[in-house]
Design a binder for this molecule. Structure first.
Ligand code: AMP
Length: 395
C-alpha cells in the first residue's frame, strides 16, 4: 500500500478523508482537538510539496442537518492548529463544493461540510462517492476512526482513483503499530482486556489468544469469568448468558499455553456511587448487596509483575470504574506499570475509547509507545478483520 510519502503533490489537489469527529461543548466549541492534531503530518507533507488539501469528514450522527453537527464549528480551531486560514464549503458535493475546490490554490486548505448531512455517505452510495471524487486529483485516507466502515468517503471512493490513492501518515502508523502487536511482536506478549462487557470484546479475546503469552482480564467483565468458575460476585456487573463463553475462552487459553490473570481481590462498594462505603474482599467471595468496582492491592501487584516482564503490551479497557475517583486506583496502577515497562524497553499499544481516556486523564500518553485514535477500528483489526478502508487501498 502506498502512503503520501510515495507521491509528490506539487500542483495537485489532495482529497483527504480525515477524522475530525471531535467533541464540542454547548457553544459548539472544540473541547478536545487530538484528532485535528493527528491529521497534521499528512496535511503538512502535502502543503510542503506545493499541493493543496480538500478535507472531508463526518461530525456526529446528524439526522436533519442540525447546526450542532456542522463542521463550520471547527474551522477556527483547525485553522489555529494548522496555522493556515481554512476555507469552508457549505456542502461537500455539488456546485458549491466544485467551485470552492476548483479555485483552491497551492498551499491552501478547504474543509467540506459534514459528509453525513447526506445519507448516501453511510449508505456507501457509489454516485455520491463519484461526486466527491471529482473534487481532487489524489485520494488520501487518513481516518483510522472510520476505517472499519464501508462508507462512500472511506472506501467506495477509492475505486475512482485506481492509481492515485494512498494512506495518510496517521492511518499508516496506526496499521504499523497494531501490527507490532499482532505480527511482529517481541515476547512475552501481554494483553490487558478490561471494561464493562465480555460481549463487546469476545471476538478480540478469541483472536488474540494465538498471539499472546499472558492475558490480564479486569474491569466489570472479569466478574462473568469469576462467576462462571463458581465464584460469588454479589451485585457485581455480570453477563449470565456469557458464562459458558467465558469458560470456553479459559479452556482455549489453557490449550494454547496462555496464562490468564483474573483479579484475586476487589475493591467492593455498597452502591455504584462515589459516596459508597467500600471494603476489600476476595473477588470470588463478594457478599450480596456489594459490587466489585476496582481491583484490590494484591491484584494490582500481580498485574504489575506480569506487565514488568512483558516485551509487548496491548491495553484495551479500564480495570475499574476509573471515572469515579475512589475506583480509579487499579487503572492508575496498571497504567503506571505499563509506563514503567515501556521505559524498560517494552512496546505498548493503548487503544479503545475508555483506556485512551484513562491514559489522557492520568497523563500517561507520552509514557506509552502508541495511543491509537480509533476505538472500534482498532478492535476490529485485533479481531483479525481486514478493514474496508484499508482493503480499498490494497485493491
Ligand atoms: P468498555 O467500553 O467496555 O471498555 O467499558 C468501559 C467502562 O467499563 C468504563 O466506563 C468503566 O467505568 C466500566 N467498568 C470498569 N470496571 C467496572 C466494574 N468493575 N463494574 C462496572 N463497570 C466497570
Amino acid at each position: 500500500m502506498k502512503t503520501v510519502n510515495d507521491f509528490n503533490f506539487k500542483g495537485k489537489k489532495a482529497l483527504i478523508r480525515v477524522d475530525f469527529n471531535v467533541p464540542l461543548n454547548e457553544n459548539f466549541e472544540v473541547t478536545d482537538a487530538t484528532r485535528i492534531e493527528a491529521a497534521k503530518p499528512t496535511i503538512y507533507k502535502i502543503l510542503e510539496d506545493g499541493g493543496s488539501c480538500i478535507l472531508m469528514s463526518h461530525l456526529g450522527r446528524p439526522k436533519n442537518k442540525e447546526e450542532e453537527f456542522s463542521l463550520k464549528n471547527i474551522v477556527k480551531k483547525a485553522s489555529e492548529i494548522l496555522g493556515v486560514t481554512i476555507k469552508f464549503s457549505e456542502d461537500c458535493v455539488g456546485e458549491t463544493a466544485e467551485t470552492a475546490a476548483a479555485s483552491l490554490g497551492e498551499g491552501e486548505i478547504l474543509l467540506l461540510e459534514n459528509l453525513r448531512y447526506h445519507a448516501e455517505e453511510t449508505e456507501g452510495n457509489r454516485d455520491f462517492a463519484q461526486a466527491l471524487s471529482t473534487l481532487g486529483d489524489v485520494y488520501v485516507n487518513d481516518a483510522f476512526g472510520t476505517a472499519h466502515r464501508a462508507h462512500a468517503s472511506t472506501s467506495i471512493i477509492a475505486e475512482f482513483f485506481p492509481d492515485n490513492k494512498c494512506l495518510g501518515l496517521l492511518l499508516s502508523s496506526e496499521i504499523e503499530n497494531v501490527n507490532k502487536v499482532l505480527s511482529d511482536s517481541k515476547k512475552p506478549v501481554t494483553a490487558v482486556i478490561g471494561g464493562a462487557k465480555v460481549s463487546s470484546k469476545i471476538t478480540v479475546l478469541e483472536n488474540i489468544l494465538d498471539k499472546i503469552d499472558h492475558l490480564i482480564i479486569g474491569g466489570g467483565m472479569a466478574f462473568t469469568f469469576i462467576k462462571a468458575q463458581g465464584g460469588k460476585i454479589g451485585g457485581s456487573l455480570v453477563e449470565d448468558d456469557k458464562q459458558n463463553l467465558a469458560l470456553e475462552i479459559l479452556e482455549k487459553a489453557k490449550q494454547k499455553g496462555v496464562e490468564v490473570h483474573l483479579p484475586i481481590d476487589a475493591l467492593i462498594a455498597d452502591s455504584f456511587s462515589v459516596h459508597a462505603s467500600t471494603e476489600i474482599a476476595s473477588s470470588s467471595d463478594i457478599p450480596e448487596g456489594w459490587m466489585g468496582l476496582d481491583c484490590g492491592d494484591a491484584t494490582n501487584r500481580i498485574f504489575e509483575e506480569v506487565l514488568l516482564k512483558s516485551q509487548t503490551i496491548l491495553w484495551n479497557g479500564p480495570v475499574g470504574v476509573f471515572e469515579m475517583e475512589p475506583f480509579a486506583k487499579g487503572t492508575i496502577h496498571l497504567g503506571n506499570a505499563i509506563a514503567e515497562a515501556t521505559k524498560n524497553g517494552a512496546f505498548s499499544l493503548v487503544g479503545g475509547g475508555d483506556s485512551v481516556a484513562a491514559v489522557k486523564q492520568f497523563n500517561l500518553s507520552k509514557k506509552v509507545s502508541y495511543v491509537s485514535t480509533g476505538g472500534g477500528a482498532m478492535l476490529e483489526m485485533l479481531e483479525g478483520k481486514t478493514l474496508p478502508g484499508i482493503k480499498a487501498m490494497q485493491d
